[in-house]
Write a protein that binds this ligand. Structure first.
Ligand code: ZN
Length: 252
């Protein structure tokens, strides 16, 4: 039987591939649900492109989710509570400061794999006045099929627990409006998060978000981007043949 970490490692290295320009140096992090009670998240200080299975920390889900419902008074309390949730404690290995949003998304959105990166092409827009327009509208059919009818947009918040709390509000509002979880979350002045059922889905969503950002940027340079009408977006997203294609894309 293959080790479940093999796929997580492969996905993480692909997201960190320098040729893709999604993340450099210590940027980005990834996670995977292990079972109903636990998940694995990248340890801080590891680089995506050269990570191995020893670059991940396994954590119990419940105590990390409790950080959001009962926030610690200090950063040191947050660290101590996070460390107490570690299942496979090894010296010097600390969970990413973004572990709290990974737990929240795995729990609230039913995702099995999560990839968080800072692609230059996407951040060009997220660090501009066009962030909301890029997130809420769609330009072409495959952007709808892979990334969903909209992206959830999170305003800039200090990374760590404050970001997890703000993101939970945004994700719940999105689910209320769309009756399903987002596939792509955009963080203003920060980066993106792809939510998938498989590593392939995370890679596909990220690649399509980067392509969409490049198209948006190019359209800005030649005039102004034009968007698909909302009813066309809805139609494409719900078409049986597109749902079939979407299923094929995630089967690995
Ligand atoms: Zn980040």
């Amino acid at each position: 039987m293959t080790n479940p970490f093999d796929q997580l490692v492969e996905m993480t290295r692909a997201l960190g591939d320098p040729a893709r320009d999604y993340a450099i140096i210590g940027e980005g992090n990834t996670s995977m649900r292990l079972d109903a009670e636990s998940f694995a998240v990248k340890a801080s200080g590891h680089q995506l492109h050269e990570i191995g299975a020893d670059g991940f920390v396994s954590l119990r889900m419940t105590p990390i989710l409790a950080l959001l419902d009962d926030p610690p008074a200090t950063l040191s309390e947050e660290k101590a509570r996070t460390q107490a949730a570690v299942l496979d404690g090894r010296d010097g290995l600390n969970a990413s400061v973004e572990a709290s949003f990974h737990a929240m998304l795995l729990h609230e959105c039913g995702a099995r794999y999560i990839g968080h990166t800072h692609p230059t092409a996407v951040n060009q827009l997220l660090c501009s006045e066009y962030a909301a327009d890029f997130a809420r509208q769609r330009r072409f059919p495959d952007e709808v099929v892979l990334c969903g009818p909209q992206s959830a947009l999170v305003p800039y918040v200090d990374p760590g627990l404050p970001l997890a709390l703000e993101m939970r509000k945004v994700v719940r509002a999105y689910q209320e409006q769309q009756s399903e979880a987002p596939k792509l979350i955009l963080l203003v002045n920060h980066g993106l998060i792809a939510l998938g059922q498989t590593p392939t889905e995370v890679l596909n969503i990220t690649a399509m978000a980067v392509k969409a950002a490049r198209i948006y940027h190019g359209a800005l340079l030649t005039g102004a981007p034009t968007h698909l009408p909302a009813d066309e977006v809805e139609h494409i997203y719900r078409r049986p043949d597109e749902i079939y294609r979407r299923r094929l894309f995630v089967q690995k």
